[in-house]
Design a protein around this ligand. Structure first.
Ligand SMILES: C[S@@+](CC[C@H](N)C(=O)[O-])C[C@H]1O[C@@H](n2cnc3c(N)ncnc32)[C@H](O)[C@@H]1O
Length: 149
């Protein structure tokens, strides 16, 4: 349904959990290298339970490679704490790409600067950021909810 992109994910259980979220929403999981783990990682598979092998996973050498392989009118939304536009104020469409950053450093500043119009945030208080898989769940299920309206 949707496309979830993890740029350089580092923590296997997060990616395993995101895989389950993608399976549950019939979304494709795009992983942009370098990954901080092997796709055979035990923790990754444990977090993905028996389902990991059913997840539609695509592996990319770079985000540019991913973009080059999509249609020109493909829409990308970049999830970051560094904007004020809330994710629920955007009308998300099937086939959109929801792009998330690495656990330790977030999305590259250059990517955010080049896409300011399409940066969105999950408003929150009292913490610098949410866990990666939690952030994916919030935005992905909002996208699914919007399709039911
Ligand atoms: C653990 S966070 C990265 C934290 C990093 N220190 C930073 O400042 O961006 C990993 C990813 O989850 C997503 N994320 C976490 N909290 C978010 C929020 N409140 N709004 C939007 N995205 C969020 C972003 O894509 C982020 O790059």
């Amino acid at each position: 349904m949707f496309n979830v992109v993890l740029i350089e994910p580092a923590i296997p259980p997060n990616t395993g959990n995101v895989g389950r979220l993608c399976l549950a929403t019939q979304s494709t999981l795009h992983l942009v290298k370098p990954l901080g783990f092997s796709l055979d990682d035990r923790q990754l598979k444990r977090a993905g339970l028996d389902y990991w092998d059913e997840v539609n996973v695509r592996l990319w050498n770079s985000f540019s490679d991913l973009q080059r392989a999509q249609l020109l009118d493909t829409r990308y939304f970049f999830l970051t704490t560094k904007t004020k536009r809330a994710y629920y104020d955007v009308a998300l469409r099937q086939d959109d790409f929801l792009v998330f950053g690495r656990e330790t450093k977030g999305l590259p500043e250059t990517l955010l600067a080049a896409n300011t119009e399409n940066c969105i945030t999950i408003p929150m208080h009292g913490t610098r950021s949410l866990n990666l898989a939690t952030a994916v769940a919030i935005v992905l299920f909002e996208a699914v909810r919007q399709q039911q309206c």
